[in-house]
Design a protein around this ligand. Structure first.
Ligand code: ATP
Length: 239
């Protein structure tokens, strides 16, 4: 139910080879929240997501999903625990149609595939209208929508990790993507939102963490950070 702890990242340290990138990073996400993870280029945001997914496992510390340890599990097992990751750059198959992209994503799930795809079309009418369009010819915002739809068609998802969904999008389209994120959240999907676009992320999120060279340097309600001009300037270079 609402308010339960979905994810706990407890003092993780992550390396690429000898290079120490995350230093005792801790954060938590409760059921129903949108949590923003913001920070400058190279701060370690993507690495945090890679550690959660088990792609670049933390060398120390713990990660718990619904109270159970996942930091020693392989990525596919973590995926089956309900965590879905949409990497930077929205990976869709540009040469395939919208419908083909959705069918491929649903393929691994063993339940009623057509039923789930129909639900997706109901939720995203824009995709329904474009079933036969090649994904590569859609706008950036539509491709992001398709990437989110694909993530939702895999194993049951209750925690979505979004890496820079606004990247490369025109401001108007960023608003469309923000609206989709808000809607998904209202339908019960808990979200960890990594963004360069701090204003967009903080406008959506309940709480925020700031990463600076691999350390969490700030944690507060999102609107508090957004209103703190000195912190916005210091941590994010936003004037
Ligand atoms: P951006 O917003 O620019 O994507 P980020 O906050 O997501 O930045 P990361 O991509 O997590 O930052 O990178 C954190 C640090 O780890 C950077 O110094 C980066 O150069 C380094 N890094 C990332 N991937 C690798 C890798 N595969 N091998 C070595 N170093 C890496």
């Amino acid at each position: 139910g609402s308010g339960e702890r979905r994810l706990t990242v407890d003092s993780i340290n992550t390396y690429y080879g000898d290079s120490h990138v995350l230093f005792d990073v801790s954060l938590s996400i409760d059921d129903g929240e949108i949590v923003a993870l913001v920070g400058r280029n190279g701060a370690g945001k993507t690495t945090t997501l890679r550690s959660i997914m088990g792609l670049t496992p933390a060398r120390s510390g713990r990660i718990l999903k619904d109270g159970e340890s996942i930091h020693e599990s392989p990525p596919h097992r973590i995926r089956k625990r309900g965590i879905s990751w949409i990497p930077e750059g929205r990976r869709v198959f540009g040469g395939l149609t919208v419908h083909e992209n959705l069918r491929l994503a649903a393929h691994s799930a063993d339940t009623d595939q057509q039923g789930r795809i129909d639900e997706i079309y109901e939720r995203f009418p824009r995709l329904d209208e474009r079933r036969t369009q090649k994904a590569g010819t859609m706008s950036g915002g539509e491709q992001q929508m398709l990437a989110i739809a694909r993530a939702l068609l895999g194993p049951e998802t209750d925690l979505l990790l979004l890496d820079e969904p606004s990247e490369g999008l025109a401001p108007q389209i960023v608003e469309d993507v923000a609206a989709i994120i808000r809607e998904l959240n209202e339908e019960g999907v808990t979200i960890l939102l990594v963004e360069q676009n701090a204003e967009m992320a903080l406008g959506l999120a309940d709480r925020a963490y700031v990463l600076e060279t691999g350390e969490i340097v700030h944690e507060s309600p999102a609107e508090e950070l957004l209103a703190d001009r000195a912190a916005m300037e210091q941590y994010l270079g936003v004037h």
